[in-house]
Design a protein around this ligand. Sequence first.
Ligand code: ARG
Length: 461
Amino acid sequence: MKLWGGRFSKNTDSEVNDFNSSIRFDQRMYRQDILGSIAHAKMLGKCNIIPKEDSELIVKTLGEILSDIEDGKVEFLIDAEDIHMNIETILTQRIGDAGKRLHTGRSRNDQVALDIRMYIKDEITDIKKKVISLEKVLLKLASENLDTIMPGYTHLQKAQPITLAHHTMAYFEMFKRDIERLDDCYKRTNVMPLGSGALAATTYPLDREFVAKELGFCSVTLNSLDGVSDRDFVIELASCLSILIMHLSRYSEELILWNTNEFQFVEMDDSCSTGSSIMPQKKNPDVAELIRGKTGRVYGDLISILTTMKGIPLAYNKDMQEDKECIFDAIDTIRLCVPVFEKMIATMKINKTAMYKGAGGGFTNATDAADYLVKKGMPFRQAHEVIGKMVAYALDQNKALSELSFEELKSCSDIITEDIYEAIDLKTCVNERNIIGGPAKAAVEKAIASARDYIAEFDKM
Ligand code: ARG
C-alpha cells in the first residue's frame, strides 16, 4: 500500500503509477534526503515531539540506509513513487513504528524543497571548482603568450593587433563572472525551507533554526507558502549555467575557426580530436563543436523550468516535479563540458607564426597610423581621412602600410617622418595600448597578477 493510501479504495493504475513516479531521476538526491531526515529526526527528539529513543533509532538507521545505498545494496521501488517515500518505506521496514514517526510535522512538499536546495548547494560548489581549474589553465596560457601577437577582430574582420594573452584573459573575465554568479545563486539557495509543511507550516513547535544549523544553512525561509513553492534558485542556477556554457560556446566557436586550415592559429591535440570514417585526412574539433551544440540543451533546460513555473498557483503543484530532470541535465552537461574544454585548451598547440602573420594583414595598424598623425598635431577626423587614403593607395599597390616607401608615406602628409615605421610596427601598436584593460604586455601582466590573486583566494578555502 502507498504511504498515503489510507483514503483510497482502489490501487493506482499501473500506467499512472509509472507516470507519477519520480524515483528514476530523484534517487540521485538520496544523500540529501537522508541527511535532511536525520536533522529533522534529531530536532523532533530534541523538542520532545517524538520520543528520544525513536529519534535516536531513526538517526542511526538512516545512517545505515545511507551506507547501504552507497554500497549498492538498496533497490528503489517505482511503486514507492519518489526518493522521499522510498527512504521512509525502507526505514519503516527496518524499525517499524519508530520509522513511522519521522514524517511528523513535515510534508514531502517542504522535504523536496529542502533536498533540491541541498543538492544544488553541493553542485554549485563542485561546478565552481571545475571553473576555477579551467581559470588556472587560462592563466597559464595567457602568461605563456604575453608576446604572441595576433589579430583582434570586429565583425570577424581584422581590426587591431592584440596578443593571445589578452584574448585569453577576456575569457578569464567571463568565467570569473560565472564564478561570482554561482556564488550569488548559492546565497539564495542557502535558505532552509523545512517547517513550511505542505503549505501552511505546522502546529508542532519545530526548531527550524536548529535544523538549518545542522544542515549548514545560513537562514530559514520566512513564509511557508513561498518555502514550498519557490524554485527561483533552480531557475537561477539554470541561468548561471546557461551563461557559463554560452561563454564556453563562444570560445569553442573561435577555436573551431582558429583550428581551420584557413586560419591555422591553433592545432587541436590528437587526444582531443576525432577523425572521419570516410575522409582519411580529417581531424575534427569535435570537442569544441559538441560543447557549442550542448549549449542548446542547457538553454532548453532553463526555458523549460521557466515555462513550467510561470502558471503555477501557490503553493506546491505536481508540475514542480518537472524542475528536476531539467536542472539535473543542465548540471550534468556542465560537469561534462568544463573539464573536457579545459583539457582541449591545455593540449592545443599555438601557432605563433600564423597568428603574427594574421595580425599583419588587413591594415590592423591603420588606427595607429592615424594616432601617429594626431600625436603630431593633426585633428583625429582629418588623420582618419589621410590614413584612409593611404590604405586605399596601399591596397592598390598590394602592399601593407609598413611596406610603403618613405616617399609614398610622406606624400600622404608632410608631417610624416621616418619614425612612422616604428609607430606602426605591430609590437608598438600593442604595447602602446598600456592602460588598465589594454593589450600591452605590461597591462596584461598586471591583469594576470590580479587574476592570480583572485584564484589564490579559492585555494585558501
Ligand atoms: N516527487 C515530488 C516532487 O518532486 C515530491 C513532492 C510530492 N508532493 C506531493 N504533494 N505530491 O515534486
